[in-house]
Write a protein that binds this ligand. Structure first.
Ligand code: TRP
Length: 471
């Protein structure tokens, strides 16, 4: 394992490429598919409020810490962590952050690709006209036809993983950077088209009430753990994806400001996706917000089947889903790929090809969770549910906890200050009485990172797991 490979992968063209890449990573199935159905299952507004609190108090500081580690290490998460740990003269065990992260990324990608495959299938389904005029029942049957057929799922999963391979094997500038510069603007345009459509044709008021009216008493610890897991998942933090992207971030760019922009984009997209989907759900009779993972794939085809211009809008919507999933999935593959290149000297193509093969194989577990292996459960979880729960609600929070403690207490202070010094530059350009403002901002972040985030993660984690066991 070499750490003198620092910087071999290259640097993003500009700060905006980093913002687009990180936003591309953050905005994905988590926002479009998972957020709406998890909110639906947990009763709406109160859950959304907790999700936002977690984004702000835990998500933003942890994401900043991850970028700090990446930009200081300038390597794959595994070698970045080993570099920073050596420099900090501390216990070697902190290096586990990198290893567990890379593993978690591959586990997430294995089920993520299956769901993204559903999206690909639905582009064709809507295009072929088979959703025209369907009601709730027949839409559920169509969805069942897809998920009960392992061969179909495998074909789509394979195509999607092939798409990821194409991008990641192209490297930081020509692969990842070029892809996000095309995909992200497209994604935002499509999202705006969908939002306008939902306002004009859906039950927008009911959607707003569902998302924003809250009754805090309805929340369990289990739901709060889920809200925190979702915040980690939609921000792509806790496993090194953002650390890997941070490693390619130009020096001197403000980490705080950049991370704030990314998290605002990410929460906005989750809310807009929720508004779009619930506007349509509430305007279509016979569909409940509690439909689970099938919510998007059952309710929307019904709506598209009967609403004006439904077929065109339906195609746009599922293309949007696939683009969002694609720009996220590449960030799940990048940490492991960068590491394999550093460790073995393989070409990028070879490294990503081998990893995709491994992920494809793991993904079969999720494929069969919906059909042949439906009854194969452990503690009530199918393989798909288990992977989802274990990564979002266990591995990512633990990763986030370790990252915040490491950067907050252990990391070499000079290195940390070097990465955060831009905060000072930013304030100076604002011509504020800089020294005290800078200090208070930095102390603010430091303080949240050291005390608030770890306490919140640990408390929610312990109560949530306890609640889950007694469920
Ligand atoms: N954030 C993505 C989404 O919302 C998924 C994702 C990409 C992710 N990279 C990640 C989740 C890293 C956790 C960790 O769909």
């Amino acid at each position: 394992m070499s750490i003198d490979s620092r910087g071999i992968h290259g640097i993003w063209l500009s700060r905006w490429t980093f913002i687009m890449a990180a936003t591309g990573s953050a905005v994905g199935l988590g926002n479009l598919w998972k957020f709406p159905y998890v909110v639906g299952n947990n009763g709406g507004g109160a859950f959304v409020l907790i999700y936002f609190l977690c984004m702000l108090l835990v998500g933003v500081p942890v994401m900043m810490a991850e970028v700090v580690l990446g930009r200081e290490g300038r390597n794959s998460p595994i070698n970045s962590m080993s570099y920073v740990v050596k420099n900090s003269e501390c216990c070697q065990a902190w290096q586990l952050i990198g290893w567990i992260g890379v593993l978690a990324g591959l586990l997430i990608l294995s089920f993520y690709a299956v769901i993204a495959g559903w999206g690909l299938h639905y582009i064709l389904e809507v295009f072929s006209g088979s959703t025209v005029g369907v009601d709730g029942e027949s839409a559920a049957l169509l969805f069942g036809d897809l998920t009960s057929d392992p061969a179909k799922l495998i074909v789509w999963q394979t195509i999607f993983l092939g798409m990821c391979l194409t991008v990641v094997s192209g490297g930081v500038k020509k692969g990842l950077g070029a892809a996000v510069e095309i995909l992200m603007p497209l994604l935002f345009i499509m999202l705006i088209v969908m939002l306008i459509y939902a306002i004009l044709e859906g039950n927008f008021i009911a959607a707003c009430r569902f998302l924003f009216e809250f009754d805090i008493a309805s929340l369990s610890w289990r739901a709060i753990l889920e809200a925190m897991g979702l915040a980690f998942f939609t921000l792509s933090i806790g496993m090194g994806a953002i650390m890997a992207y941070g490693a390619y971030m130009p020096a001197g760019v403000s980490i705080g400001r950049t991370v704030l922009i990314i998290s605002v984009f990410d929460s906005l997209v989750a809310i807009v996706a929720g508004l779009i989907i619930f506007s349509i759900v509430f305007s279509t009779s016979g569909i409940e917000p509690t439909a689970g993972p099938g919510l998007m794939f059952i309710s929307l085809p019904v709506a598209f089947g009967s609403m004006p211009a439904g077929q065109v809008i339906g195609i746009i919507f599922f293309v949007l889903v696939v683009i969002a999933a694609w720009s996220s999935a590449i960030s799940l593959l990048e940490p492991a790929t960068a590491w394999l290149v550093e460790a073995t000297g393989f070409t990028r193509f070879m490294a990503s090809f081998l990893l995709i093969g491994f992920v494809w194989f793991l993904g079969l577990g999720s494929v069969f969770s919906f059909n042949l292996g439906r009854d194969f459960t452990l503690a009530g979880f199918t393989i798909f549910d288990g992977l989802d729960f274990m990564t979002s609600n266990i591995l990512l929070p633990i990763g986030g906890l370790a990252i915040s403690l490491f950067v907050g207490f252990v990391m070499n202070k000079d290195a940390l200050l070097k990465q955060m010094v831009d905060l000072e530059g930013y304030l100076l350009t604002l011509k504020t009485p800089s020294s005290c403002k800078t200090l208070s901002l930095r102390v603010g972040w430091d303080w949240v990172l050291r005390y608030v985030a770890p306490t919140a993660i640990a408390a929610i984690f312990i109560m949530g797991i306890y609640d889950n066991m007694s469920y």
